[in-house]
Ligand binder design. Structure first.
Ligand SMILES: *Cc1c(COP(=O)(O)O)cnc(C)c1O
Length: 324
């Protein structure tokens, strides 16, 4: 009679994450789901920001882990990490954050953020590829992890295998340089990003920046352009390094699942550009990008009958299309 777990509870515990996490978090969560854990994927609002209130609403007595990214890699939005950390602490729930887009760009403090586990990656902060780190809290609470790989017991048994010394040293150096330079970089890139957004938005109608206007990283933007065809847009701006989604998934023709999750329609998700500015991006390059994007969108719109109708004031949502 008691063989079956109560409805919605499998007995292994409940995990909270979000639909716009990186695949590095989504895929393991899906695997855990198959292994018998209950996983809630929070659907973020249109601004892309996950708040403590949203987490609290789905928290349950059997919740064991909350895993939410510090900042989103595609749209650059920042979650309410400190408040979520506080909430998790008050409920004795472990809190992991994928801080790959945050560490090295913005000041990071695991104490004030109330984070128990924090992961990030070398190559996003100008370090080597193939190396990353996981911060594991040792006190209040002491987090006990099960190793993913057995064999050798290196790194206190957390990760077996001979250390990748060149990767570790390079990653350490990258962190050191980031610590020295990130404050100035953030100020400079924040100004350049705003210039890029304003430059594009002031010269084109029917386009919008995706995600919250202020709760965002200084150096990432994501802009949707109405009435242009996505693939044409990508082709027309091929002198600019940009993508339609994350670099990791833009090989597929599917529109970005992140944009879809925050309510951007299929068409607009296809005709969106994710642009990021880096340490070596100059103002001249930003001016060039503005010029190229504006030129490309104007050119593509000349070929768009829908854009003509829109300009004539026809409400396209009310048009009855012939079906074949
Ligand atoms: C790039 C990225 C990852 C994946 O890191 P890799 O080292 O490239 O596997 C995970 N999460 C976020 C937010 C990222 O931006």
């Amino acid at each position: 009679m008691y063989a079956k777990a109560p409805a919605g509870q499998t007995g292994r515990g409940h995990i909270i994450t979000c639909t716009i996490e990186h695949k590095a978090v989504l895929d393991p969560c899906k695997r855990l789901q198959k292994e018998g854990f209950d996983v809630t994927f929070i659907d973020p609002p249109k601004d892309g920001v996950v708040t403590a209130k949203m987490v609290e609403e789905v928290m349950r007595p059997d919740t064991i882990l909350v895993t939410l990214m510090w900042a989103n890699n595609e749209i650059g939005t920042i979650n309410e990490i400190e408040a979520i950390g506080k909430l998790c602490k008050s409920k004795n729930v472990l809190f992991h954050t994928d801080a790959t887009q945050w560490v090295g760009k913005m000041p990071t403090n695991v104490e004030t953020a109330g984070v128990d586990l924090l992961s990030w990656s070398g190559h996003k902060i100008y370090g080597p590829k193939g190396i990353g780190a996981l911060y594991v809290r040792r006190q209040r609470p002491r987090v006990r992890l099960q190793a993913l790989m057995d064999g050798g017991g290196q790194e206190r048994g957390f990760r077996s295998g001979t250390h990748n010394i060149t990767g570790i040293v390079g990653f350490g150096k990258a962190c050191e340089i980031a610590k020295q330079e990130m404050e100035n970089d953030a100020i400079r890139l924040g100004k350049l990003r705003k210039k890029l957004e304003q430059g594009v938005l002031s010269q084109l109608d029917t386009c919008a920046v995706n995600g919250h206007a202020d709760k965002r990283l200084p150096h990432i933007t994501n802009i949707s352009f109405g009435f242009v065809e996505g693939e044409g847009l990508m082709m027309a701006v091929k002198n600019i390094a940009c993508s339609s989604g994350s670099a990791c998934t833009s090989a597929s023709l599917e529109p970005s699942y992140v944009l879809k999750s925050i309510g951007v329609g299929d068409d607009l998700a296809h005709s969106s550009l994710r642009l990021s500015l880096g340490k070596w991006t100059t103002e001249e390059q930003v001016d060039y990008a503005i010029g190229e994007i504006v030129k490309a969108v104007k050119k593509l719109r000349v070929m768009s009958p829908l854009y003509d109708m829109h300009k004539e004031g026809i409400d396209l949502s009310k048009v009855e299309w012939a079906h074949h």
